[in-house]
Ligand binder design. Sequence first.
Ligand code: ATP
Length: 138
Amino acid sequence: KEKTLAMIKPDAVDKMGLILDMINQKGLLVTKAKMVLLSRAEAAQFYIEHQSKPFFNGLLDYVTAGPVVAMELMGSNAIQAWRDLIGPTNPSDARSQNAQSLRAKYGTDNTRNAAHGSDSKESAMREAEFFFPSTGPA
Ligand code: ATP
């Protein structure tokens, strides 16, 4: 079984019940979860690969505007399964390509797109370690 890291962004946290229904429906298991308010430095660390992008500061504003919910999801092909559930990065693309997707239903624009999903096994491991570090007290 594969694991991935899902993050529900601040403006979609009030849809967590509906999002958990979608996760269940897809056959994914929630194996870890936490709600956390990220500092700007923490958000910058999480999104370090985007630090030189023009949308970086706006992205940090968005994901630090309120608590996020981070989840480790487990299942067969969990990385792709969760990315299929969230849909394309841009919610307007999501609404035309997959109207049932999370970003189609709860996303607003290219930045405010409701959710994040790891894009590879390597990023899944890095991002899970970011939210659920294996060192220190549980
Ligand atoms: P992936 O990381 O696999 O590409 P993603 O859909 O999360 O998938 P990224 O390209 O990683 O998208 O971008 C990270 C986040 O930055 C997006 O989820 C979105 O919130 C924001 N973002 C991405 N592209 C833009 C853009 N062109 N303009 C504004 N914000 C963007």
